[in-house]
Write a protein that binds this ligand. Structure first.
Ligand code: HEM
Length: 227
């Protein structure tokens, strides 16, 4: 399909950030699990010895946090709940059956918005509790009970985020065309119209306005051209 009939959904910088973050997230999650369950050697295999895992896990976690914060800055405004979201919730049964045509859906639907805020909330909890637990640099500044509370919430948030990430990847596979969109950046007009009708209309309006502007510019150029 030629790029002209496609719509840009995700800019290059956000895609690059997302896929780097995904790779590092997998390593961070596996290394974290290997610290949590030392008897399961498989988890630590990717990062080497347990000592190396202990050193690398917090650094990887910080990079994941920074990448997700960048995504937060780029995407938060598309994930603000609005009144159309109520219609999506009311028609959830139709959405599940793939019959969402007619329901106004913006760039991201309610499920995606909910996931977005959960991911951002959980990574924030992981970052703060991770800093408190980081033995090499920070843990000495905190009392033992505070560190224990931090470990508890760090583990809870990690399990939550891993489960959400699995659910998110599953949904991305389920909605055909969305992974391709996150790789190439572009989605077809049909995909946009079916899955995100309000966003599709906004994008088409932008394209239409741009074409009008171009036509007007061409007209004035021709009118001012010397004979
Ligand atoms: C193999 C695993 C993954 C796949 C296949 C995947 C796929 C995708 C796709 C296709 C989108 C774009 C959705 C759209 O345009 O409608 C997306 C967006 C996103 N992904 Fe992933 N992803 C994966 C892992 C992760 C992980 C581990 C995280 C974070 C913990 C994450 C966080 C996000 C965020 C924050 C967005 C933006 C969604 C929004 O703004 O509402 N992804 N992902």
């Amino acid at each position: 399909m030629n790029k002209k009939s496609m719509i840009l959904r995700t800019p290059l910088i956000v895609r690059f950030c997302h896929w780097c973050m995904v790779c590092l997230f997998i390593l961070t999650a596996l290394s974290g699990l290997s610290l949590f369950f030392p008897s399961i050697k498989l988890f630590g295999l990717f990062l080497g010895t347990p000592q190396l895992v202990r050193e690398l896990h917090p650094i990887l976690g910080c990079v994941v946090f920074i990448l997700l914060m960048f995504m937060f800055l780029k995407l938060a405004h598309h994930n603000i709940p609005n009144k159309d979201d109520l219609l999506w919730i009311k028609n959830f049964k139709h959405v599940i059956l793939g019959k969402e045509r007619g329901i106004p859906i913006g760039k991201y639907n309610v499920g995606q918005k909910f996931l977005f805020w959960c991911i951002m909330g959980l990574i924030f909890v992981l970052f703060v509790t991770g800093i408190i637990m980081w033995r090499r640099y920070f843990a000495d500044n905190f009392s033992i009970p505070i560190i224990r509370i931090a470990i508890f919430f760090h583990s809870l948030a990690a399990i939550g985020l891993i489960l959400l990430a699995i659910g998110h990847a599953y949904m991305a596979i389920w909605v055909k065309g969305s992974i391709k969109g996150m790789i190439t950046g572009y989605v077809s007009r049909a995909w946009a119209c079916k899955n995100h009708s309000s966003w599709y209309q906004e994008e088409m309006e932008k394209i239409y306005q741009e074409e009008l502007k171009l036509k007007a510019e061409l007209k004035t150029e021709q009118a001012t051209k010397p004979e």
